[in-house]
Design a protein around this ligand. Structure first.
Ligand code: HEC
Length: 100
């Protein structure tokens, strides 16, 4: 049992490290940016923490699922067709943080 747990945590760490290998800003610019930078179709705006607050209340897992599967006018995968769940999470965290 312990061995299985260790294998799982190594896998989780490996996938988290993998997410950081790709440039988050580049991923953002070629996908989420198109709608979230200016709030097209009522998309919560990048850096507008007040617009993200009610979304974040749904829980990160739900938001990652909505980014992956789509949500109303938010298209599935948000134009990032090869993004992993870990990358969606990082992108959501980036967009929901206040920007300077
Ligand atoms: C074509 C435009 C478009 C693109 C590209 C896009 N989004 Fe969205 N997104 C929207 C719109 C519009 C909404 C608001 C949907 C609503 O609340 O009805 C939204 C909402 C969301 C939400 C909130 C979902 C919820 O449950 O409240 C998340 C999370 C999200 N987008 C993540 C992303 C991520 C991550 C990317 C980039 C990988 C991305 N979006 C790219 C249009 C877009």
């Amino acid at each position: 049992m312990k061995k299985i747990l260790m294998a799982v945590s190594v896998l989780v760490m490996a996938s988290a490290a993998g997410a950081e290998d790709r440039d988050l800003q580049a991923l953002y610019k070629k996908s989420c940016f198109a709608c979230h930078a200016y709030g097209a179709n009522n998309a919560p705006k990048t850096g507008a923490a007040d617009q993200w607050a009610p979304r974040l209340e749904k829980g990160m897992e739900t938001l990652v699922a909505h980014a992956r599967d789509g949500f109303n006018t938010m298209p599935p995968k948000g134009l990032c067709f090869d993004c992993s769940d870990a990358e969606f999470k990082a992108l959501i965290e980036f967009m929901s943080e206040p920007q300077q």
